[in-house]
Ligand binder design. Structure first.
Ligand code: AR6
Length: 170
């Protein structure tokens, strides 16, 4: 895989001018706090109207909407697992979030896709392990597929930037 296909930045995912940003949503897809709240706030009320039509989303799965007032054209909503100590399939469910989001990006021929750290806030997934899963699943997918052309990992107000940096440099 070409290293230029993966980028790492610090900041607010809602400000990015990309084809799609990924939302760390919940099963209802009707909004919440954290990055979900920030995305709904920035996208405006039409996002909630579209989300209501989707009838929720299972953990580990993903669904796409328009980006409305965001610079991003689309939002891919995925539902990460709540961390219960690692004995409830959390690892494979988080891997499935990345796989499902990347599969939608492929299907829609999305060129640039940005991920926050799914499950690493309110859902309590350990950040180092979550970053490892994010990077492994993304690299594996990009090796086999042309779309998305580029994936951007977005870290926000914490120390996971260095964790991602080390993983991406390997
Ligand atoms: N840009 C980029 N990353 C962000 C931003 C932002 N604007 N805001 C927060 N983060 P969380 P979860 C990071 O809690 O753990 C919601 O209520 C944050 O630092 O948003 O998957 C949903 O509705 C953290 O690393 O998502 C669900 O109920 C990461 O985003 C629940 O929280 C994820 O933190 C989902 O919990």
């Amino acid at each position: 895989m070409n290293k230029k296909r993966v980028e790492l930045i610090k900041g607010d995912i809602t400000s990015l001018d990309v084809d799609a940003i990924v939302n760390a949503a919940n099963n209802s897809l009707l909004g919440g706090g954290g990055v979900d709240g920030a995305i709904h706030e920035a996208a405006g009320p039409d996002l909630l109207i579209e989300c209501k039509r989707l009838n929720g989303c299972e953990t580990g799965h993903a669904k796409i909407t328009d980006g409305f007032r965001l610079k991003a054209k689309h939002v891919i909503h995925t539902v990460g697992p709540v961390w219960y100590g690692g004995y409830h399939d959390e690892h494979s469910l988080l891997a499935s979030c990345y796989q499902s989001s990347l599969a939608i990006a492929k299907e829609k021929k999305i060129k640039t896709l940005a991920f926050p750290g799914i499950s690493t806030g309110a859902y309590g997934f350990p950040k180092d392990l979550a970053a490892l899963i994010a990077v492994n699943e993304t690299k594996r997918f990009l090796t086999k597929n042309v779309y998305p052309e580029k994936v951007i990992f977005v870290t926000y107000g914490d120390d996971s930037y260095e964790t991602y940096r080390k993983l991406l440099d390997q």
